[in-house]
Write a protein that binds this ligand. Structure first.
Ligand SMILES: *[C@@H]1O[C@H](CO)[C@@H](O)[C@H](O)[C@H]1NC(C)=O
Length: 390
């Protein structure tokens, strides 16, 4: 989902320009909207929520912008700030992922940089392998440094993301036909160099990202295929040596509720601990769908913390099938509250980070996933977060 960030960012820039006609998928109305209210031919303006109307291709309906009203969704009822409330509840942070292309949007950056809202940020893409070692032994940190410097300037914790992942892996790595010893050395060098570069600046690292398939088997890719499960140990050991104070995490999705994948992750934690490999935490990504949260969120968090690791929700967003309705926004508020409450109830759940796609993702007809809307106005979901920490 991270590659889409560039698209989200350019979409954001595009739709906030006032043009005579909004493009397909562009904004065409909503509270506070001053841009175009008619849509490119072949698309029609539809209300997504009171704050956001969008040009939907092939949609039936008027091309005139609907006049939004404030009565169709409950207005947020709080002026409390999410990180302030999280810290008052004893958590370390409430945070957000971000990405370099989004940093040109000053309205967005001013909210992102408000440590009352966000006490932690995660670079969505700029510390990944393709960004940091695009060719063997050539390291580039410019974009990662931009995010690290922003965190420093804002007094925010920084989450490194990530050392090793099956995706966004340059072809020199994935198609290099390296033998076990060479590939082990490549991985060791990569994690040491990247984690070492940010030594002292990082609260926690997603050292290993998404190691499992949904059925709980080890995901097949060049590192697991060539080295075996011990690629995870190589990465964690290299990270610990490079920055002894950073909390080292393994991060994955579909481990937020009990099930095969969650059990495999717990078994991995036990194995790593048994063989003395450093590991401090498990990141549960939390990409959810409105009305479809797994049950037993808290019990599942506790199954991890019972093994002696901390936990965090690292990429929380709760999407819906568009267009959104007052009922969907109310359910989304409830769902955000449920997730935050689960973390709040577990002492070793250190924080919650939302993913950075604040602009609705329209590519599959789903979106409106975040607690802020297109115009950076707090949605009912935001009140759900505040309530979850109380
Ligand atoms: C790769 O080498 C390591 C270290 O010698 C060994 O433990 C592991 O089993 C090897 N992996 C494979 C798939 O042969």
């Amino acid at each position: 989902m991270s590659r889409l960030s560039v698209l989200f960012a350019s979409l954001l820039v595009f739709v906030t320009k006032a043009t005579a006609q909004s493009p397909v998928w562009g904004q065409c109305g909503g509270i506070g909207w001053t841009g175009a209210t008619s849509c490119a031919s072949g698309s029609a303006c539809q209300v997504v929520n009171p704050y956001y109307s969008q040009c939907i291709p092939g949609a039936a309906g008027s091309t005139a912008a609907p006049s939004p009203t404030t009565s169709s969704a409950p207005a947020p009822t709080t002026s409390a700030k999410s990180n302030t409330v999280a810290k008052a509840a004893g958590k370390l942070y409430f945070g957000s992922a971000t990405d370099n292309p989004e940093l040109t949007d000053t309205a967005y950056v001013s909210i992102l940089s408000d440590s009352g809202f966000f006490g932690q940020i995660t670079p969505g893409n700029s510390m990944k392998w393709d960004a940091t070692e695009p060719s063997r032994g050539t390291f580039t940190f410019t974009n990662g440094d931009t995010i690290a410097n922003l965190a420093k300037k804002n007094g925010q914790l920084l989450r490194g993301h990530n050392c090793v992942w099956y995706n966004q892996l340059p072809s020199w790595v994935s198609s290099g036909n390296f033998d076990n010893a060479t590939l082990s050395s490549i991985l060791q060098t990569h994690c040491s160099t990247v984690v070492g570069h940010y030594k002292g600046q990082i609260y926690s690292w997603d050292v290993v990202n998404e190691p499992f398939n949904d059925d709980g088997t080890l995901r097949s890719f060049v590192f697991s295929n060539t080295i075996g499960e011990s690629y995870i140990d190589i990465a964690l050991n290299a990270a610990r040596a490079a920055d002894p104070n950073a909390k080292l995490y393994i991060n994955d999705y579909n481990i937020e509720g009990p099930g095969a994948k969650s059990t495999s992750m717990q078994n991995l934690v036990k194995s790593l601990k048994a063989r003395g490999t450093p590991l401090d935490g498990i990141g549960l990504q939390g990409h959810f769908i409105v009305g479809e949260l797994p049950s037993n969120l808290q019990e599942n968090l506790e199954a991890f913390t019972a093994l002696g690791v901390e936990v965090a929700y690292t990429e929380l967003d709760i999407r819906m099938t568009l267009p959104s309705t007052a009922a969907l926004l109310a359910q989304q508020e409830k769902d955000y509250q449920t997730v935050v409450t689960a973390c709040n109830n577990v002492e070793k759940c250190v924080g919650v980070t939302i993913w950075y796609s604040w602009v609705p993702s329209t590519f599959s007809g789903q979106g409106a996933a975040c607690p802020w809307d297109q115009n950076l106005v707090e949605k009912p979901a935001y009140s759900g977060i505040i309530a979850g920490f109380q």
